[in-house]
Design a protein around this ligand. Structure first.
Ligand code: AMP
Length: 488
């Protein structure tokens, strides 16, 4: 199958050829003709399958007719995170090179002024995160009654992040007669309910089972001790001994562990950046840019921050923590082995992780091989001493990759133990300091929004380390209503 057979316009086909793509991916081949035929589409596909182009390419073709009107975007794409929204914008830049379309990005952490000005001039494509879109709408600067095509991307991710009430509100603001494209990696019942509500006679396209992992990924388990300093040591050993390591994403379950691990790797001389939910937009983009450019070969990330990011050439994924939810394992290791490339995924498994491991193996329907001794075979722990499965002191082999930046000092176990005992605030990375420079009201609004939206599925978020007392940070709306006191 070639792109020419899909019905895309010449301009789009030329741009696709310039991007170097010769053949549509399965999701593109299946979805594009239906989108061009103005049908609603329910796409079940993960990132890495080429699904972004599956909607951007036909949208560009459709948008060649007609023009944008002031404050009335013609199409709307909803994305769960700022990074994903920015990636979709990059896709429009790349494939829309022969078009003169106006594309606007509405994401948090960017000033309203520039975004307002763009919307006022009129946009063909509006790409937004739900919260920021509603903020603009409430300010009266945006009309959604001209939206001809709505894309809801990463719907299961939206559910995880508590955005569904916002999405339902937005859908009520766009015309009923619109065309809707709805993408999700998985179809739990709640997502199916939304798909039923939002789509009219949709064509269902599905490219891979949600629980499947790419055959090009070599997956291995690595036994390690329970203590964090032991896990960090095991991880360092793995990174140093990895074969063909170009760059790596290291996943932690909680954002505070992202911060601690990032700092530890930096202290050990590794070129690492962090990505987690507390970082502001500028810091996230800076971290991602330095990782993408290869300046920093290691990205330490939480699931929420990293899911869906398009980083095409990741050679290794390390699960510093075994994910609590088996499907997160599939998403994490999907960062590597993309587009037919080879990839390696290592998962640290310590005492107490057995249940999570069996849930993963059940989901992917294959046992994962151990690299070195299994957990049961590890020598017994000598008090708090190390039980690193493939830890540093076991690895006498010379390093195969240059993943370290300056200051390649040897650190003692007590350094790590001290780091573990250090107050959390000290362990926080520089990006958190940038957060404090943002204007106060905006920061607080963002937090309010996060806390009021995050009540659904809280346990799945990466920022719920502490138990919530009472209503937590959430301020119920009725308490904020102005009160009129009648004069007697
Ligand atoms: P996505 O699933 O949209 O995140 O895309 C994953 C990666 O596949 C991106 O780096 C795209 O640039 C790339 N890609 C998209 N379409 C094609 C294609 N037809 N052939 C090869 N690579 C593609």
């Amino acid at each position: 199958m070639s792109f020419a057979e899909l019905g895309l316009s010449d301009k789009v086909q030329q741009a696709v050829a310039s991007a170097g793509y010769t053949e549509p991916t399965p999701i593109q081949a299946q979805a594009i003709p239906h989108v061009l035929a103005r049908k609603d589409v329910l796409g079940i596909a993960q990132t890495g399958t080429g699904k972004t182009a599956a909607f951007t390419l036909p949208m560009l073709t459709l948008l060649e007719h007609g023009r944008a009107r002031a404050r009335m975007p013609r199409t709307l794409i909803l994305e769960p995170t700022r990074e994903l929204a920015a990636q979709v914008e990059d896709n429009f830049d790349k494939y829309g090179i022969n078009h003169k379309l106006s594309v606007a990005l509405l994401i948090g952490g960017v000033s309203f002024g520039d975004q307002d000005a763009k919307i006022t001039r009129g946009v063909d494509v509006l790409i937004a995160t739900p919260g920021r879109l509603l903020d603009h709408f409430e300010r009266g600067k945006l009309l959604l009654t001209g939206v001809e095509l709505l894309v809801i991307d990463e719907a299961d991710r939206m559910l995880d992040m508590g955005f569904i009430p916002d999405i339902e509100r937005i859908v009520k603001l766009v015309p009923f007669t619109r065309q809707t494209l709805f993408f999700s990696a998985t179809m739990p019942p709640e997502i199916q309910r939304l798909a039923d509500a939002f789509l009219h006679n949709p064509v269902k396209v599905e490219v891979a089972r949600a629980a499947s992992t790419a055959a090009t990924i070599t997956q291995r388990l690595v036994a390690t001790g329970r203590q964090d300093f032991e896990k960090r040591e095991t991880l360092r050993g793995l990174i140093r001994n990895a074969t063909d390591l170009q760059n790596a994403v290291v996943f932690c379950n909680r954002k505070r562990d992202v911060a601690v691990l990032h700092r530890s790797l930096q202290k050990h001389g590794f070129g690492a950046v962090a990505l987690h939910g507390d970082m502001d937009q500028h810091a996230r983009m800076a971290a991602l840019d330095s990782f993408r450019s290869g300046e920093m070969p290691i990205l330490v990330a939480s699931d929420v921050a990293a899911r869906g990011l398009d980083i095409p050439t990741v050679s290794h994924v390390f699960n510093y923590d075994i994910p609590h939810h088996a499907e997160d394992y599939v998403h994490r290791i999907g960062r590597t082995g993309r587009a037919g490339r080879a990839g390696q995924a290592f998962t640290l498994v310590g005492p107490g992780d057995e249940k999570s491991l069996s849930a993963i193996e059940k989901l992917i329907t294959t046992p994962i091989e151990w690299e070195g001794p299994t957990l049961a075979e590890l020598p017994p722990s000598e008090g708090s001493s190390r039980r690193g499965g493939r830890g540093e002191e076991r690895s006498s082999r010379s390093r195969k990759v240059k993943v370290r930046s300056g200051g390649d000092r040897q650190r003692s176990k007590s350094d790590d133990a001290a780091e573990e005992a250090a107050p959390r605030r000290e362990a926080a990375p520089a990006p958190q300091q940038e957060e404090t420079r943002r204007p106060r009201p905006e920061r607080e609004r963002e937090r309010d929004r996060q806390s009021s939206r995050g009540n659904q599925n809280r346990s799945r978020r990466d920022d719920d380390d502490a138990p919530v007392k009472g209503m937590g940070d959430h301020m119920p709306a009725f308490l904020m209503r102005p009160v009129t006191i009648k004069k007697s």
